[in-house]
Design a protein around this ligand. Structure first.
Ligand code: 2HA
Ligand code: ZN
Length: 300
């Protein structure tokens, strides 16, 4: 059979055959997994992921799940209870970093340092369908990621797909100096850098210090995610939600940049509040110029 005959036969089989050809792309080569690995690598390059610090998860689209299915394990792991339930996430699939994995290694070997889990029909358990080579499991913060995904899926009508946790230094430093209060922290960050309110117009949520990896932290963080796409875990790091990998990276970077400016200015002031900051009218003017959904409750 010549090339044209094969091409005709392909056409005859229609779109499903063409889709079948696309599904031959290995999971690591697919755009979502490349974006996932790049996020981890970019965060590592920023110094946000010492050792095995930080983690990431991505809620896959139906199309991405279909194009990965041929690579899923013939025998998935058994179901593992999450300890929490989210109706919104029944039957979803997540790419997620592996517990203990160093984020600098995700891009080198996604199959080992990350994997894909399927959420059960009751929305309260996961099983491994791809990756996590070498007895790996999802990150210890997966309950937090899971509940944040549930809330963000609902409040953004399905737009948010990425949840990203990082340990950026200046942001953590701010939490050692500022009270654990969303209004105070957000105002400090908005007022020291014009880009602040543009990047996080809703403000930054703040929790009291809590032990990592637990259900208490997961529940408290997801409650904050009803209102905020960025939540500060004092003396620990940031938890962010966003529609895509660029937005997730950009959000953490913008919070960290504002925190860095704030910390430097405060140091130069001998520890006092910076002397010259953007006034509340200025924040309102930026919000008006860019038509931002600014959190009015945080303005004077
Ligand atoms: O993965 O960052 O919060 C290690 C952590 C826990
Ligand atoms: Zn952490």
């Amino acid at each position: 059979m010549g090339f044209l005959d094969s091409a005709q036969e392909m056409l005859d089989k229609g779109v499903s055959a063409a889709k079948g050809a696309v599904s031959g792309l290995a999971v690591e080569q697919q755009a979502f997994m490349k974006g996932f690995a790049r996020l981890c690598n970019d965060g590592w390059n920023q110094g946000w992921h010492e050792r095995n610090g930080g983690n990431a998860s991505y809620r896959m689209t139906t199309e991405e799940v279909s194009s990965c299915r041929t690579f899923f394990y013939d025998n998935p792991s058994s179901w593992v209870p999450l300890g929490v339930r989210a109706e919104e996430l029944r039957g979803e699939f997540f790419a997620v970093t592996a517990s203990g994995s160093h984020l600098r290694n995700v891009a080198l070997d996604p199959n080992r340092n990350a994997g894909i889990v399927e959420i059960g029909a009751s929305g309260d358990a996961w099983r491994i369908v791809w990756g996590f080579k070498g007895e790996g499991v999802p990150t210890s913060e997966f309950p937090s990621h899971f509940l944040c995904h549930a809330v963000r899926k609902r409040v953004t009508q399905g737009r948010d797909r990425v949840v990203y946790h990082a340990h950026p230094s200046a942001t953590v430093a701010c939490s050692l100096v500022l009270p654990a209060d969303a209004r105070t922290v957000t105002r400090a960050l908005w007022k020291c850098m014009t880009e602040g309110v543009i990047a996080f117009p809703g403000g930054v949520g703040v929790l009291p210090w809590m032990a990592p990896g637990g259900l208490e932290l997961a529940r408290a963080t997801s409650a904050q995610m009803e209102a905020y796409d960025a939540v500060l875990w004092p003396q620990h790091g940031l938890m962010c939600a966003a529609p895509d990998f660029d937005a997730a990276f950009g959000l953490v970077q913008a919070v960290e940049k504002a925190a860095d400016v704030y910390v430097r200015a405060r140091c130069m002031m001998g520890g006092q509040e910076p002397a010259h900051v953007i006034p509340d009218e200025g924040i309102r003017a930026i919000a008006a110029a860019y038509r931002l959904p600014v959190n009015e409750a945080f303005l004077g």
